[in-house]
Design a protein around this ligand. Structure first.
Ligand SMILES: [Zn+2]
Ligand SMILES: [Zn+2]
Length: 387
């Protein structure tokens, strides 16, 4: 890729390469596209590297709305600011930034409260547009609009992101580690740290040991949990989980005639203090709720189920058990405050990030990243844009 200095491109459209998905489930095609300059409140960034998250795959396969094509996926990334739109003074050309699917305007009631990370000025949604203007910054060479994905669209050499969805970071952090905090690791780690507020000496159960579940374990470990029970159908996940603090393993496919919750209730003498559902299945939320301890137990929903799925809990049991059921989007983290804290903990060798990166590929091999994640042995595959 030809090096473009900011001063030459500022205010102008940029032509660059992007991996475009034209139809659901089809291989991405690297095409020349045009990226418009940022509008007021927006920032154009040059992506350094991006990684593939399961939500990209979910929407890549999806045939019905909110799925829309042609689209540029990708939402876990790190980049460098190329130019800023009017009114943006929080970042400047050359700053290293992490885009996030949730926004942090700092002004609305939610952003001002310690109790929420669900910005109400630019609320999270699966829109195909930029969050403030309902328009796209991408076109293909025929002038056809290409849709955005959850406010990031990082499978492009250049993308435009709202300043509310960008966090400036320490440039000393290696980009192939920093990008993990753009979605997956933050979501899991935050669910333990910010949403559940896991206490020292407590018992934690994690259903689903994919990268999000392992990041929950990492969060619980750093919060001082004494026992971290991982539940998965793949027994290989136990060895892997040990690196992130998992102390016990339950093979969900091998519980005999008992349910997972029965096994966990027996192991813990009445339930875990915190139960995390990281698969995205309503029936597993029921299992998690059934094995969290009465009185103070918390069940945290981290996994994403189909939009129409419902929970069915006995109101009698809810009343009599005193358990809490909580949802955790982006781990309850406020990106601009919490991502720098996590990166500092990585620099201090507390938070483990290296262990999550199992594969790295060049941009032209982006479809290989999809294959690797679907095959299931990959935690995170980092895709380098121009190395
Ligand atoms: Zn994600
Ligand atoms: Zn806000």
């Amino acid at each position: 890729m030809e090096e473009k200095s900011s001063s030459k491109t500022r205010g102008k459209a940029i032509q660059c390469k992007a991996a475009v998905c034209r139809k659901p489930g089809e291989r991405l095609v690297i095409e020349e596209i045009t990226v418009s300059p940022p509008m007021a409140g927006e920032v154009r960034i040059k992506i350094i590297c991006t990684s593939l998250c399961h939500s990209d795959i979910t929407f890549w396969k999806m045939k019905d709305p909110p799925a829309l094509f042609p689209r540029i996926f990708g939402h876990e990334a790190v980049g460098v600011v190329e130019s800023v739109g009017e009114g943006v003074d929080e970042v400047t050309e050359g700053d290293i930034v992490i885009p996030t699917l949730i926004s942090d305007c700092g002004e609305c009631a939610d952003c001002r409260s310690k109790k929420s990370n669900l910005c109400s000025k630019l609320p999270f949604n699966i829109s195909p547009w930029m969050p403030r203007y309902e328009s796209s910054r991408f076109t293909d060479l025929n002038g056809e609009v290409l849709y955005h994905f959850i406010s990031v669209s990082s499978f492009s050499e250049y993308t435009v992101v709202d300043i509310c969805n960008l966090t400036k970071i320490d440039p000393a952090i290696p980009p192939n580690r920093a990008c993990l905090l753009s979605c997956g690791v933050s979501t899991g780690f935050g669910a333990a740290w910010r949403t559940a507020e896991v206490e020292e000496g407590s018992t934690v159960a994690i259903i689903g040991l994919g990268s999000i579940g392992l990041a929950v374990a990492e969060g619980a470990r750093l919060c001082g949990a004494a026992r971290i029970i991982g539940v998965d159908t793949n027994p290989n996940k136990f060895e892997l989980g040990k690196k992130f603090g998992v102390t016990d393993f339950v093979n969900a496919g091998d519980c005999g005639n008992k349910s997972v919750s029965q096994v966990l209730n027996e192991m813990t003498g009445g339930g875990a203090d915190y139960c995390f559902e990281c698969v995205g299945s309503a029936s597993l939320v029921h299992e998690a709720y059934a094995c969290c301890r009465k009185g103070w137990g918390k069940t945290i929903v981290v996994g994403v189920d189909k939009p129409g799925s419902k929970l069915s809990l006995s109101s009698f049991e809810v009343l009599h058990s005193g358990k809490k059921l909580m949802g955790s989007l982006f781990g309850g983290l406020k990106p601009k405050t919490d991502i720098p804290i996590l990166l500092e903990r990585y620099k201090n060798k507390e938070l483990q990030l290296d262990e999550f990166v199992t594969h790295e590929v060049q941009f032209e091999d982006i479809n290989k990243a999809f294959d690797l994640l679907i095959e299931g042995e990959c935690l995170r595959c980092v895709i380098w844009m121009g190395k």
